[in-house]
Design a protein around this ligand. Structure first.
Ligand SMILES: NC(=O)c1ccc[n+]([C@@H]2O[C@H](COP(=O)([O-])OP(=O)(O)OC[C@H]3O[C@@H](n4cnc5c(N)ncnc54)[C@H](OP(=O)(O)O)[C@@H]3O)[C@@H](O)[C@H]2O)c1
Length: 316
């Protein structure tokens, strides 16, 4: 199995299963079939509102001895309404209970955005807390404390820019193990990837297939789906692979971990087989040409009012 070695020396399985938008009634089967086929890494989050079903699947898979707890890599994420240091451990423990686990392998700050406690998604400007009032550094310190209590083996961040990573690292002397960010051929983020590697931060690529099932929810119109792009189709044809497999193999070839979501057992198996696909330098060059800074998860929902903006969120 391909793994990414984190700064601590811990090895994280490179290919995992995403669970955002996986309906509660579908995600149990998805996680069970992923573990049966060989996946050992499951990406979860409190806000996905399906951790109980994911936990039932993990619990049943462990009892069926489809995998051992030590082989599994379970990631979850702190929601934005629990950034206050006194809420971090409680939020982590709530995820653990739902996931039927006594520790996480990785716990991430989901977004560099703080919401009032109890607000799942903001409906107006008053739902936000400015970072000047609740700085990321204090949330990060609470994350480090939770890892000292062995509630999470590793802690990291998600949707963080280079500057944000440097800020939390400089304040505490401890750098996040992982930054989970959107990465696919339409949004390649070479500079952020290089900066993370230089800082010793492993990178996980989210929405690696271009997140087609979030378009309606995020009120976004996708023109050419990545999985239907002629250049990706050509690479797929050359290898007798599918376009989904090419996109996953591309993420692995860039040294990132990657977490494609599927609730379809056929595609779950298809995506798993992508780890055996080796792309050539010519394939990589052809795919590099597709970069167009096209974010699928723009974070527009954080821009109600003036507390957060595209510029402050993405540092670009
Ligand atoms: N940290 C963050 O802020 C953040 C943000 C976004 C995502 N994530 C994580 O990253 C995971 C993946 O991202 P995502 O869910 O946005 O999108 P994605 O994995 O890029 O795409 C998922 C979509 O692709 C379809 N699909 C799966 N395999 C396929 C294949 N081989 N060929 C064609 N279509 C295929 C899925 O349909 P079926 O399910 O019907 O197969 C689903 O519609 C999430 O689930 C979540 O765990 C994290």
């Amino acid at each position: 199995m391909k793994t990414l070695t984190l700064r601590s020396g811990t090895r994280m399985p490179a290919l995992g299963l995403g669970t955002w938008k996986s309906d509660a009634d579908e995600v149990y089967r998805a996680v069970r079939s992923a573990i049966e086929v060989g996946y050992r890494h499951i990406d979860c989050a409190a806000i996905y509102q399906n951790e109980e079903e994911v936990g039932r699947a993990i619990g049943d898979a462990l009892r069926a001895r489809d995998a051992s707890r030590e082989e599994l890599w379970i990631t979850s994420k702190l929601w934005n309404d629990s950034h206050a240091p006194e809420h971090v451990q409680l939020a982590l423990e709530a995820s653990l209970r739902k996931l039927q686990l006594d520790y996480l392998d990785l716990y991430l700050i989901h977004w560099p955005v703080a919401l009032r406690h109890g607000v799942a998604l903001p409906t107006g400007p008053d739902d936000f807390i400015p970072l000047s009032e609740l700085p990321l550094e204090s949330t990060w310190k609470a994350m480090l404390k939770a890892s000292e209590l062995n509630l999470a083996r590793e802690v990291g961040v998600s949707n963080f820019s280079k500057r944000m990573i440097e800020k939390v690292s400089d304040t505490t002397g401890q750098t996040p193990a992982v930054n989970q960010v959107e990465l696919h051929p339409y949004l390649q983020q070479d500079a952020l990837l290089a900066a993370c590697h230089q800082l010793g931060v492993a990178v996980t690529a989210y929405s690696p297939l271009g997140s087609p099932d979030s378009a309606a929810m995020l009120r976004r119109r996708d023109d050419v789906l990545l999985t239907g792009h002629p250049a990706i189709e050509q690479v797929a044809e050359r290898h007798g692979a599918t376009t989904g497999q090419v996109l996953i193999a591309w993420a692995l070839a860039r040294g990132t971990s990657v977490i494609p979501k599927s609730v379809n057992p056929g595609r779950i198996a298809e995506n798993w087989a992508a780890r055996d696909l080796d792309l050539t330098p010519a394939d990589m060059t052809a795919i590099a040409a597709l970069d167009r800074h096209d974010r699928k998860v723009e974070g527009k929902f954080w821009f109600l009012g003036e507390t957060y903006s595209h510029k402050t969120l993405w540092d670009e």
